[in-house]
Design a protein. Structure first.
Length: 322
């Protein structure tokens, strides 16, 4: 009857940096580390629970063996994945397939994701969408390497939110730090990589040109976000995205200065990450300290709880399809 606290899984990346250490004080490996998978039940990259009856067990194992703690879900796999991404250099331009294509071609889930921007250097921008009007025009511009003409650049600053449905061409660029909430999938089609050479192999990284063309939404249409803000006690709650626009997850960003008594409110479980500040969560007559970089799951058997402190949080839960 207590939250599951989790230790991240780290991924070195050619475009990564050291912010996951300097900002969150994570014990990351040496070198360029681009991703911290902070709440993950994905295959061999699952988070480890650090407290309670399940201490030392992977989230994936606990999800499979104790479905009642997750509301007896229909999904065989833990449905969501939360990451921090430190773009110390440009990420490859990429696109993800939807569920139908991914299951047929990759035997995996599709990947719809979202970014809440934590930091962005002055002048930063995202690659988000494209200008092609037809699939043949898309293919032609890709094969000709007309990237400046094809790719949309969108200015970005801290506090911005982007919903990235499957089929959306996208990329973070240098100087951006985000928290990403997504379907639990690692299927990525790399469309363009700035002709970079992997230092380990001495070769350019693999591209997935035809698959990218196959799965890209044409023409690109920006999702019609309806971000709403409400106040509950001392908490300001931004609803960033939810069904039906986002069938796979609900996502909220919370600013707390004081106390917030809340609960699962009909959701099966909650994923919580502290992105700034510190405080506590109280439930079942127990209190647990929270600080920047803390990640936890509030399971189905804790219906009500209380947050106290001065902190910013990102909270998610599965949507209607999971």
């Amino acid at each position: 009857m207590e939250p599951f606290f989790l230790t991240p899984y780290f991924r070195p990346k050619i475009w990564g940096g050291r912010k996951l250490k300097t900002i969150f004080n994570y014990d990351i490996p040496d070198g360029k580390v681009g991703e911290a998978w902070v709440i993950s039940g994905y295959k061999d990259d699952a988070s480890t629970i650090t407290n309670g009856d399940f201490e030392g067990q992977s989230l994936r194992k606990v999800y499979h063996e104790n479905p009642e703690l997750f509301g007896n879900p229909e999904s065989e796999e833990f449905p969501l994945l939360v990451k921090f991404l430190d773009a110390n250099d440009n990420l490859s331009v990429q696109v993800h397939p939807n569920d139908d294509y991914a299951r047929k071609v990759e035997n995996d889930s599709g990947k719809t994701e979202s970014w809440y921007v934590l930091q962005a250097d002055p002048g930063s921008y995202l690659i988000y969408g494209h200008t092609a009007k037809t699939r043949s025009e898309l293919a032609d511009m890709i094969h000709k390497g007309e990237w400046d003409k094809l790719l949309r650049k969108v200015p970005v600053k801290a506090g911005n939110f982007f919903y990235v449905p499957s089929g959306t061409i996208h990329a973070l660029t240098k100087g951006i730090l985000v928290i990403e909430t997504q379907q639990s999938s690692d299927v990525t089609y790399r469309l363009y990589d700035y002709d970079r050479v992997d230092q380990k192999t001495g070769k350019k990284r693999e591209l997935h040109t035809q698959k990218s063309i196959d799965v890209t939404q044409v023409p690109h249409v920006d999702p019609k976000l309806k971000i709403t803000t409400s106040k509950k006690q001392d908490a300001i709650i931004k609803t960033l995205v939810q069904p039906p626009l986002s069938p796979h997850f609900y996502l909220w960003q919370i600013d707390l200065n004081g106390q917030w008594n809340t609960g699962l409110n009909g959701h099966p479980f909650l994923l919580v990450t502290i992105i700034n500040g510190s405080g506590t969560i109280e439930c079942e007559n127990k209190s647990f300290n929270l600080s920047i970089g803390t990640n936890m799951i509030i399971p189905n058997n804790i219906k009500e709880f209380k947050f106290l402190g001065n902190m910013k949080m990102v909270i998610s839960t599965p949507g209607n399809q999971d």
